[in-house]
Design a protein around this ligand. Structure first.
Ligand SMILES: [Cu+2]
Length: 289
């Protein structure tokens, strides 16, 4: 009923977006046709809504699809994945994050008062966009209490990241905290998908992907190769990062944390590669012995 209506009314718009999405979305993510049945609709904001809150509330309805962020980065599984959310664009540079709840907030930081477009789609575990599920709404952002502006740019020179726990080679259960120590770098989730600001960004956490090797195929920043999003399990901003490897089999796994700019491209200095830290863990996963 609601689901089939939503699905049908979404078809025209999804087709209209399809061409753009195919070109623009998430470098590294292959656009895929979605298997029939799953549907996404944006319940809030409604098209033309006037938003007076500082941050931007979003409510979606998802049918026939499992939102499973604990599987993000793991191999694709039909009918499971997460939401990609983009503000004022349809490429990875505008990705505010990926989400697994039907309600969430987008930070108003750095968002100017005025008209904005929100675009969402369903994505597979390896971050391939299911482009025929894409939906957009345009809203008027008029916050009563404006959010903070973008921070003053700092210096990205000498930025580094280290993993302080677990220790390299440690035996871990499927759920643990990855403790990271950045130097000369401020991680902020509020800035994800916004303009780049020197010295600011966030982390990408990868399982069984070597960020150094990933760049060798693709070359320049912003031209990450096709593999770069697969294996990415989160885009966090805290230095104590929850990790859930329930979807991975027991055994040795490589865990990497890479410094990213707000547009999700690796933070790099001239003549240098991406900045990341890697450990190997011995996973003991009772769900997949
Ligand atoms: Cu990112």
């Amino acid at each position: 009923m609601i689901r089939s209506q939503t699905f049908r009314s979404g078809v025209a718009r999804a087709l209209a977006l399809a061409g753009l999405l195919g070109v623009g979305l998430a470098p590294g993510a292959l656009a895929q046709e979605s298997p029939d049945g799953e549907a996404l609709s944006i319940a809030f904001p409604t098209d033309g809504a006037v938003l007076q809150s500082t941050d931007i509330p979003v409510r979606v309805q998802v049918g026939g699809f499992n939102l499973a962020c604990d599987e993000a980065g793991a191999p694709d599984r039909s009918g499971a994945g997460h939401l990609h959310v983009m503000l004022d664009g349809m490429s990875m540079a505008q990705l505010t994050n990926f989400y697994c709840t039907q309600e969430f907030w987008i930070s108003g930081q750095g968002v100017q008062a005025g008209q904005h477009t929100l675009t969402l789609d369903l994505a597979t575990n390896t971050h391939a966009d299911l482009m025929d599920t894409a939906k957009s709404v345009t809203f008027l952002y008029q916050p009563t209490k404006p959010a903070a502006a973008l921070p003053q740019s700092g210096s990205a020179k000498g930025a580094t990241v280290e993993i302080s726990a677990p220790k390299n080679g440690a035996t871990v259960g499927p759920q643990f905290k990855l403790e990271v120590k950045p130097t000369d770098f401020t991680a902020s989730c509020d800035l994800e998908g916004k303009q780049n600001v020197a010295g600011f960004g966030h982390y990408h956490v990868f399982v069984d992907m070597d960020p150094g090797a990933m760049m060798m195929g693709g070359g320049a920043p912003g031209a990450m190769d096709m593999m770069s999003m697969a294996g990415m399990i989160s885009m966090p901003c805290g230095s104590s990062i929850p990790v859930d490897l329930t979807a991975w089999p027991s055994g040795q796994h490589m865990l990497s944390v890479e410094l990213e700019q707000n547009d999700h491209t690796p933070l790099m200095e001239p003549g240098q590669g991406p900045k990341f830290a890697t450990i190997t863990v011995n996973l003991q996963n009772p769900f997949q012995p």
